[in-house]
Design a protein around this ligand. Structure first.
Ligand SMILES: Cc1ncc(COP(=O)(O)O)c(C=O)c1O
Length: 375
């Protein structure tokens, strides 16, 4: 057997691969409400833009695209940031195009951190951040979140912190950004020299009339950090693999440099589809948000009060003696086990609203039985 380099040895178990294997191993009659794979397709005009572009036989479409992306797609995201979040972005210096924010969150760790440095990760938080820290060779430090989703900054180390990852609306805690949290993050960055990486993957999925709040709209944000914007959740384009890193010009430049070395741009029809999505009618975004909100309300109706201010998840506190594993074996429902989301995840499981209404109903019926049986 060939020796495995350190960086491969360091990689944690991939949480979602393991979860999928769990679903497959569980057999036919299970109800999967664990995974967050958007079930509502992209709007038709976005698909048409992709197809129209792909029909053009020229090398401008099928040849290598400009490595750093079309200027028009970067202008489109800048326009959206200006009109929706009130944030001015320079398309040339403050926008990087990437194949999805999973890639972005790994690349950001690679360009910001290395051995001897730390990255603070929200606890509970998105499991893929762990992979990013491991690949960068940095040390992972849990940053506990209070019940309102605010990081417990006092518990955080101040030395050798290369980056802090934050995520609002938060997966899995399902809270929107609490007031003042971005100001606190900027103050921490100014004190410690850390970069702030804000994961805005669920930016458009906030409920009950809440405003979608970009980190970059906070004064001083661009001096200390960047935001990741994903096309996956707002437009149902998860399989298309496309997203952005926007904000601090120096960090964006490093991302573009890394991309020059290990990626060769994004297929042009996907970029054309992004432009259509970002600049075309936005009613599908509101419809999608309303669908998830309606499903959230249904969960509350069946299982009782739950915090869910945004995203398409519910962070379920499990009754005493109940685990995701016992719910799977005894009630045939797959939930995402809380332990994989950080040290504070024990006793919790994540329920996904990104499933059909029928699947959700079946899952809720079984979960209600499981919760009742537990008293
Ligand atoms: C919090 C969070 N960040 C990032 C991502 C990755 O999104 P994508 O790679 O599809 O842009 C996800 C996907 O589920 C997520 O939940």
């Amino acid at each position: 057997m060939r020796p495995r380099p350190d960086r491969i040895e360091r990689l944690p178990q991939q949480y979602f691969t393991t979860l999928l294997a769990r679903v497959l191993a569980a057999g036919q009659d299970v109800i999967d409400v664990g995974r967050g794979n958007p079930d509502v397709p992209p709007p038709p005009h976005v698909v048409e833009a992709l197809v129209d572009s792909a029909r053009d036989p020229t090398a401008a479409v099928h040849g290598y695209p400009p490595f750093a992306g079309l200027r028009r797609v970067k202008e489109a995201i800048a326009e959206r940031y200006a009109s929706v979040y009130g944030v001015e972005l320079d398309p040339d210096r403050e926008v990087a195009l990437l194949p999805g924010t999973t890639t972005a969150l790994v690349e950001l760790a690679l360009v910001l951190a290395g051995r001897g440095t730390r990255i603070l990760l929200p606890d509970p938080g998105y499991p893929d951040y762990n992979s990013a820290v491991a690949l960068a060779g940095a040390e992972r430090v849990a940053l506990p979140l209070a019940a309102d989703g605010r990081p417990e900054w006092d518990a955080a180390p101040r030395e050798h912190v290369a980056a802090v990852y934050l995520n609002y609306p938060a997966n899995p805690a399902a809270v929107a950004a609490p007031p003042g949290v971005f100001e606190e993050a900027i103050a921490f960055a100014e004190e410690t020299g850390a970069a702030i990486v804000h994961d805005f993957a669920y930016g458009d999925l906030v409920f009950d009339g809440r405003e979608s709040k970009s980190f970059l709209a906070t004064p001083g944000a661009k001096d200390v950090g960047v935001e990741m914007f994903s096309m996956s959740k707002s437009y149902g384009m998860a399989g298309w693999r496309v997203g952005f890193v926007v904000g601090n010009a120096e960090i964006v430049e490093r991302i573009n440099l890394l991309n020059d070395h290990c990626r060769v741009g994004i297929f042009r029809p996907i970029q054309e589809a992004c432009i259509a999505a970002l600049t075309g009618p936005q009613d599908s975004v509101a419809e999608r948000r309303d669908t998830y909100q309606r499903r959230r309300d249904r969960v509350i109706e069946v299982l009782g009060p739950q915090t869910c201010e945004g995203t398409f998840y519910i962070w379920l506190k499990l009754p005493e003696g109940v685990t995701a594993e016992s719910i799977l074996t005894e009630h045939r429902v797959v939930l995402a086990p809380g332990e994989g989301f950080g040290p504070s995840g024990a006793g919790y499981a994540r329920l996904s609203l990104a499933v059909s209404d029928e699947t959700l109903e079946l899952g809720l019926e079984r979960l209600a039985t499981a919760f009742e049986a537990a008293g």
